[in-house]
Write a protein that binds this ligand. Structure first.
Ligand code: GTP
Length: 249
C-alpha cells in the first residue's frame, strides 16, 4: 500500500475489449487476462472499482440509428453490460479475487443493487466492485457512468483502457506521424475533438477535478505500473493538476 500513486482506482473497460480478436461477444481468454491484470493490481493494495461497457454485445447508439427507439436501445445496451459484468466477475473469482457486482438497474437475482456506501465498504475490504448497467438511464454512456461512479466513490483516478497507449494528435493507426500527448487538459479534450470520451463524461470529470489516465490494457502489468507511478499513457487533468479530496464517509 505504501508508496502507491493511487489508492482507489476506477477502471473503465469497453465492451469491445471483451471481444479480444473475435467479432462479437466474449473471448474468455481475454477476460481471463483482464482478471489477472486486476488481481495483480489488487495484490499491491490498491482498491479497484470497474465500469464495463456493452458494445461487444449491443450498441445502443448504433441500434437507435437503425430504427430502435433510442431509450429502448440504450436499455438493451445496459443489459449487455450486465452480461459482461457477470463474465468478468466469474473470471476474477476463478482467480480467487472476491468480487461484487452492483447494478444500476435493480436485478436482485443477478446482482446487488447499486448502493454507494456499500460499494465503498466492499472496496475497503479489498473486493473488486463491478458497476453494471451504466448509470441506469438512457442517453448516458458507460464513460459517463465511469465518471459518475468515480466521483461518487471518491476514486483517485479513472483508468480508461483503450486499444492504443494514450491520446494522439490524430489517429496513430492512420497517421504514423501522429504525436502522443503525455498530458492534456479537459478543455483540450473538449475543444480539440480528442474523441476518447464523450463530452458529458469529460465535463463531469472536469467539474469534480478527477484525472483520467488513458492507457492500453493489452500491455502486461500496465495497471500495476500505473498505480506504482510509472509514466504510461496520457493523463487528462485540469490546468493546475491538483485535486482536493473530499472526506464524506
Ligand atoms: P459484508 O457484509 O460487508 O461482508 O458484504 P457481503 O457482500 O459479503 O455481505 P452480504 O451479506 O451483503 O452479501 C453476501 C453475498 O450476497 C455477496 O456475494 C453479495 O454480492 C450477495 N448479495 C448481496 N445482496 C444481493 C442482492 O441484492 N442480489 C444478489 N444477487 N446478490 C446479493
Amino acid at each position: 500500500m505504501k508508496g502507491l500513486k493511487y489508492k482507489r482506482i476506477l477502471l473503465k473497460i469497453s465492451g469491445e475489449a471483451m471481444m479480444g480478436d473475435r467479432k462479437y461477444g466474449i473471448d474468455s481468454s481475454t477476460v481471463d487476462y483482464m482478471a489477472k491484470e486486476i488481481k495483480e493490481a489488487l495484490s499491491k493494495g490498491v482498491e479497484v472499482a470497474i465500469v464495463i461497457g456493452g458494445g461487444n454485445i449491443f450498441r445502443g447508439s448504433e441500434a437507435s440509428v437503425e430504427g430502435i427507439e433510442r431509450a429502448s436501445a440504450d436499455y438493451m445496451g445496459m443489459l449487455a453490460t450486465i452480461i459482461n459484468a457477470l463474465a468478468l466477475q466469474n473470471s476474477l473469482e476463478k482467480h480467487g479475487v472476491p468480487t461484487r457486482v452492483q447494478s444500476a438497474i435493480e436485478m436482485k437475482e443477478l446482482a446487488e443493487p447499486y448502493i454507494r456506501r456499500k460499494a465503498i465498504r466492499h472496496l475497503e475490504k479489498g473486493r473488486a466492485v463491478i458497476f453494471a448497467a451504466g448509470t441506469g438511464n438512457p442517453y448516458f454512456t458507460t464513460d459517463t457512468a465511469a465518471a459518475l461512479r468515480a466521483i461518487e466513490i471518491d476514486a483517485d483516478v479513472i483508468l480508461k483502457a483503450t486499444k492504443v497507449d494514450g491520446i494522439y494528435s490524430s489517429d496513430p493507426v492512420k497517421n504514423p506521424s501522429a504525436k502522443k500527448y503525455s498530458t492534456v487538459t479537459y478543455i483540450d479534450m473538449l475543444t480539440k475533438g480528442l474523441s476518447v470520451m464523450d463530452s458529458t463524461a469529460i465535463t463531469l470529470c472536469m467539474e469534480n477535478n478527477i484525472p483520467i489516465l488513458v492507457f492500453n490494457l493489452k500491455g502486461k502489468g500496465n495497471i500495476r505500473k500505473i498505480i506504482e507511478g510509472k509514466k504510461l499513457g496520457t493523463l487528462v487533468r485540469g490546468n493546475n493538476g491538483t485535486r482536493v479530496k473530499k472526506k464524506s464517509h
